[in-house]
Design a protein around this ligand. Structure first.
Ligand code: PLP
Length: 448
């Protein structure tokens, strides 16, 4: 369910024609629908109401301050994985104690920043990290709250780059090591180990991996209780699906049903639940709009060469991900009845949709059935680009980053200005001599 739909052969976002928004903002640009973001968040909260979780939106999925503010105003906390993301969450008005902080490589400066901001929970990923956390908390004279990230060793059946809860991953510690971990560190005076955290992968289109992971977690909670350790919070991570194809994901209520079975009794015994959704809230709330610069045929192959590719949306080349692509104004006869590999439209021909970069891997779609009449100057919409789009975008080939526009009804706001050539080089204009022997200031201090 989203607010991008064709009316009389033209794509609209809420009440506005996408063409008008894209022409005003310039292409490439990301366009988001506020109503879709709000609706997805509200549905998630409603589905999980019986366990009243703290919903910590996963900042990495789409980290624009205006998007964070929409969610913060609705009561969301934030899941952050770096000092930069924590800075964004705080700038969006989210209290530090409503943020949880995961990540295998937290630097000392980042840990100190999180302590200063009163972070709700450190999601700790290793023994070495715990010892460092406890050391820094001790030096700062504070007590921090910590959840141990565990690998429940379930297969989420997703891309290996985003499968994060199996034994071989760099994330968290194996289930078998969790009891030893608590035995060794569970009574630390400065780092209070009181929760469990898991994130098994993303996107996950069936509910069974969640059920399996949570069942293993519940068994661990019981074992730890016998060992004398009370678990006060369980963070289930994110990973709920998004509709890259029409109706691809189970409704949020289905995920909730599977989880509530096991989570309900734990909640009744006082365990606080945390969720870290990203994609399921924002993926379908955003599109990327590109302009076709040229069309070209090489041998049998047809190309639509656009003004951005992997620099704006890395997912197709990085993960081989499918994103539905269709002209913004195809005309009434070519409106696709569904977003899918086969959109159910006749008169299409296979085309590669590629960007301008000097890489063969710079594509958004390969051999995709698209209207034969696509030509120079047309606008194309890349759907379900709201998550891991702009947040993974790069300036490769000195491509200025795209604008981001937020549409609310019939109003459009530029929420991130399109970069230009001046902003592209602004950090390079004045080389400064490095004082050898000096130490770089923590990033949080240089940001003040
Ligand atoms: C620890 C953690 N939590 C939450 C998420 C969000 O996942 P998704 O956007 O699929 O909900 C991720 C994504 O990588 C993650 O690593």
């Amino acid at each position: 369910m989203d607010q991008f739909s064709y009316r009389n052969g033209e794509l609209f976002v809420e009440e506005l024609p996408v063409r008008a928004v894209a022409e005003g903002a310039g292409t490439p640009c990301f366009i988001y629908s506020r109503r879709t973001i709000e609706d997805h968040y509200d549905r998630l909260v409603e589905a999980f109401r019986p366990i009243d979780p703290l919903v910590c939106y996963s900042v990495k999925s789409s980290s624009n301050l205006s998007i964070l503010r929409i969610l913060a105003e609705r009561g969301a906390g934030m899941d952050v994985v770096s000092g930069g993301e924590l800075h964004r969450a705080r700038a969006a008005g989210v209290a530090g104690d409503r943020c949880v902080y995961a990540g295998v490589g937290k630097t000392d400066d980042e840990i100190r920043l999180a302590i200063r901001e009163g972070i709700g929970l450190f999601n700790c990923e290793s023994e070495a990290e715990f010892e460092n956390l406890a050391r820094i908390a001790g030096l700062e004279g504070v007590v921090v709250r910590v959840a141990l990230r565990i690998n429940p060793d379930v297969d989420p059946s997703t891309h290996r780059y985003t499968s994060t809860g199996k034994k071989e991953t760099k994330f968290g510690v194996d289930l078998e090591r969790a009891r030893q971990f608590f035995a060794r560190y569970g009574r630390d005076p400065h780092a209070r180990l009181e929760g469990l955290h898991l994130h098994i992968g993303s996107p996950i289109y069936t509910v069974d991996p969640y059920r399996e992971a949570l069942a293993k977690t519940a068994a661990l909670v019981a074992q730890l209780a016998k060992d004398g350790f009370e678990i006060r919070s369980i963070d289930l991570g994110g990973g709920f699906g998004a509709d890259y194809e029409s109706a691809q994901s189970p409704p949020l209520a289905r995920y909730a049903e599977a989880i509530l079975d096991i989570a309900g009794p734990l909640h009744a015994r006082g365990v606080r639940f945390i969720l870290e959704p990203g994609r399921t809230i924002v993926a379908n709330a955003g599109i990327l709009v590109l302009r076709v610069l040229y069309t070209k045929t090489s041998g049998e192959k047809r190309f639509a060469i656009c003004d951005a590719g992997m620099n704006a949306l890395l997912r197709p080349s990085h993960y081989g991900s499918f994103h539905f692509i269709w002209p913004v104004a195809p005309g009434a006869e070519l409106v696709p009845p569904r977003r899918a590999l086969d959109p159910g439209v006749s008169g299409t021909v296979a085309q590669d949709v590629v960007g301008p970069l000097c890489e063969s891997g710079d594509f958004l779609a390969l051999d995709r059935q698209l209207p034969a009449k696509i030509s120079r100057g047309d606008l194309l919409a890349v759907f379900t680009a709201g998550a891991y789009g702009m947040s993974m975008a790069s300036r490769y080939n000195s491509s200025p980053l795209p604008a981001e526009v937020l549409v609310s009804g019939s109003r459009a706001d530029v929420i991130r200005a399109r970069e230009n050539y001046a902003t592209l080089v602004e950090h390079e204009l004045k080389p400064t001599r490095l004082a050898i022997g000096a130490t770089a200031a923590p990033l949080a201090e240089t940001a003040r």
